[in-house]
Ligand binder design. Structure first.
Ligand SMILES: Nc1ncnc2c1ncn2[C@@H]1O[C@H](COP(=O)(O)OP(=O)(O)O)[C@@H](O)[C@H]1O
Ligand SMILES: [Mg+2]
Length: 283
């Protein structure tokens, strides 16, 4: 698949389980893609606003958030924070977004409000990354309606696949009713612990379940990845050479390939598309 230039590819990180690595993946892949020369918009559609704070943005000092886009029809271009990093814009979120879940219910086109807002920014970005909340409510449905591609992060832990079939059912429902283009781009294994047999076992199990969809890159459990947000930094800034930094660069490379994005020539540091952390290594 070759992607047409001039229209953004949209990718949503979704899994209704909390703590599986959605935000970590959204922030670090958005940062890696921007570093690689792509124009990126990161949309934080989780009321917890973790993606917003992970990039060091002060949530008490915002002129607008994704709430204004969803509920009050304000254009994304008016609200998005430009260049929070070179080539990376952020549509931020705050806890006030929780009210939108309720307020949207009575609105016309309530599932399509983000999609409609995204229609007019397609030319401005190469990639739009959406960080979903840990639920399958209207905010996640808005994200799934606004995207073609879903990436499902799955934590390498006991009962990893629990809830995934419910997520797939929701994706199928949105595909049938709202967004025929929607598809699962891939499944990303996160928080892999090489010291336990459980992690390797879980990767095998998920690979059996999604043989074609699982990404080669497996993100290791890494203290550096957990620390970076408290410094308001992506791993590419905090510790690019750490195992987590290498993994998210490799994952960004896989995203570029699966999305059929043409690698720009202006990237300061093109993402490393070699894959040093493959899940083959952990079989
Ligand atoms: N690979 C990893 N290694 C160590 N800690 C991680 C890793 N990925 C995420 N975390 C930490 O785990 C917690 C949950 O991750 P997060 O990305 O916020 O999940 P979600 O957005 O799905 O709720 C966060 O504190 C995050 O810093
Ligand atoms: Mg999150």
């Amino acid at each position: 698949m070759r992607h047409l230039p001039g229209t953004a590819q949209v990718v949503a990180l979704a899994n209704q389980k909390g703590g599986v690595g959605k935000t970590t993946t959204a922030v670090n892949s958005a940062a890696a893609l921007a570093e690689g020369g792509f124009r990126v918009l990161l949309i934080d559609i989780d009321p917890q606003g973790n993606a917003t704070s992970s990039l060091g943005i002060d949530k008490t000092d915002l002129d607008g958030t994704v709430y204004d886009v969803l509920v009050d029809d304000v254009a994304i271009a008016e609200i998005a924070l430009p260049d929070v990093r070179p080539r990376l814009d952020l549509l931020p979120s705050t806890p006030a977004l929780a009210a939108a879940e309720v307020e949207l219910v009575g609105m016309a086109q309530r599932e399509r409000r983000l999609a409609q807002a995204c229609d007019v920014i397609e030319q401005a970005y190469d990639v739009v990354v959406i960080d979903c909340p840990p639920s399958l409510g209207l905010l996640t449905v808005n994200a799934l309606t606004a995207t073609r591609h879903v990436v499902i992060p799955i934590q390498c832990e006991f009962l990893a696949l629990e809830g995934v079939s419910q997520l797939i059912t929701t994706i199928d429902l949105v595909k049938r009713r709202l967004n025929p283009h929607l598809d699962v781009l891939g499944v990303l294994m996160t928080m892999f612990d090489s010291r336990t047999r459980l992690s390797a076992h879980v990767v095998d199990e998920v690979r059996r379940f999604f043989p074609e969809r699982i990404f080669e890159t497996v993100v290791p459990r890494s203290v550096r990845l957990a620390e970076a947000p408290s410094y308001g930094q992506a791993i590419a800034e905090y510790d690019p050479a750490s195992r987590g930094g290498v993994a998210y660069r490799a994952f960004a490379g896989e995203l570029i390939a699966r999305l059929g994005l043409a690698v720009p020539t202006n990237g300061s540091v093109p993402p490393n598309t070699t894959l040093p952390l493959t899940n083959r290594a952990v079989r």
